[in-house]
Design a protein around this ligand. Structure first.
Ligand code: MBD
Ligand code: FE
Length: 284
């Protein structure tokens, strides 16, 4: 690996850890510790691991390899990456199983709150010479009862043509390919962006080491992240995918669902592609 790519992995891990700590600190003290729940969950987690030790006769060599690796996950700032890639999908399924509206999926490690706000039909901030196929994203947001939500907001963020996220890779303008859009009176959006590239999670850190040692791959299919919200409705966090991507069926983060597949068509203005994808929100 090049020094530049190592620097990039360390950079995105440190950024993701620092940002998560800030957000968590803002909510600290919201809830008292539920000792019964901690006893149950920590107890079960520890038992799951010791069961594996007995079942698979884990050796001291393997135990020490695990210890070294866990230390390195922290040093590389990759706890957000590790957890969001391998665990979050289950948490998201459980959190949203009661919903009647649109399916969601995981947030992942690269969301940033409070992105700049734009009108319903704006272009996402991008560099003058931003590479990539122009992509027009049209959407209508309604409630499960069919009411159009005129005060809906879509926050959108995605990687660029090189698979890099602004604020997590160096040298990219702060809000590049990140914005919040405010619906028109019919709950509609007409957003101009570019098609993101497939994304390889950083391979130079502890997560990459695990992937390599286990003989897995590091790819996620190309995806656009969104958070769709409206006052009085449950926040919908989702990612949208492109048909034909070779990693739709083996996403390293297990975050693809058939309901999240886009159906892009050549754009009516002859430039790039466009898609209509609507969202249905559940009342709070
Ligand atoms: C990503 O861009 C992402 O969305 C997830 C879930 C994990 C790693 C990188
Ligand atoms: Fe992502």
């Amino acid at each position: 690996h090049t020094q530049a790519s190592e620097a990039r992995a360390a950079d995105s891990g440190a950024q993701a850890s620092a940002r998560f700590k800030d957000r968590a600190a803002a909510h600290r003290g919201d809830q008292p510790v539920d000792h019964e729940r901690v006893n149950l969950l920590a107890g079960k987690a520890i038992k799951a691991l010791t069961d594996i030790v007995y079942e698979d006769k884990v050796s001291y060599e393997e135990y020490n390899a695990l210890k070294s690796w866990l230390i390195k996950v922290g040093e590389d700032g990759e706890w957000p990456l590790f957890l969001d890639v391998w665990i979050e999908h289950a948490v998201e399924d459980v959190a949203t199983e009661h919903r009647e509206g649109s399916k969601g999926t995981i947030e992942g490690p690269y969301y940033v709150e409070d992105s700049p706000e734009y009108e319903w039909d704006a272009k996402i901030p991008m560099r003058e010479d931003e590479p990539g196929t122009p992509f027009r994203f049209k959407s209508k947001v309604t409630a499960v009862d069919g009411t159009p939500l005129s005060n809906a907001k879509i926050e959108m963020w995605h990687a660029d043509e090189y698979g890099l996220y602004s604020q997590f890779a160096p040298g990219i303008p702060e809000w590049n390919l990140r914005a919040s859009f405010l619906a028109n009176e019919d709950g509609e959006f007409d957003i101009k962006t570019i098609r993101p590239a497939p994304y390889q999670i950083p391979t130079e850190g502890a997560c990459g080491q695990l992937i390599e040692a286990a003989g897995w791959h590091a790819w996620r299919p190309a995806h656009i992240h969104v958070k769709v919200s409206a006052p009085g409705y449950e926040l919908l966090t989702a990612q949208l995918y492109f048909p034909g991507d070779e990693h739709n069926d083996d996403d390293i983060a297990s975050a693809v669902k058939p309901e999240l597949m886009l159906d892009p068509k050549p754009s009516s203005d002859g430039e790039g592609e466009e898609v209509q994808y609507d969202f249905v929100l559940d009342p709070e």
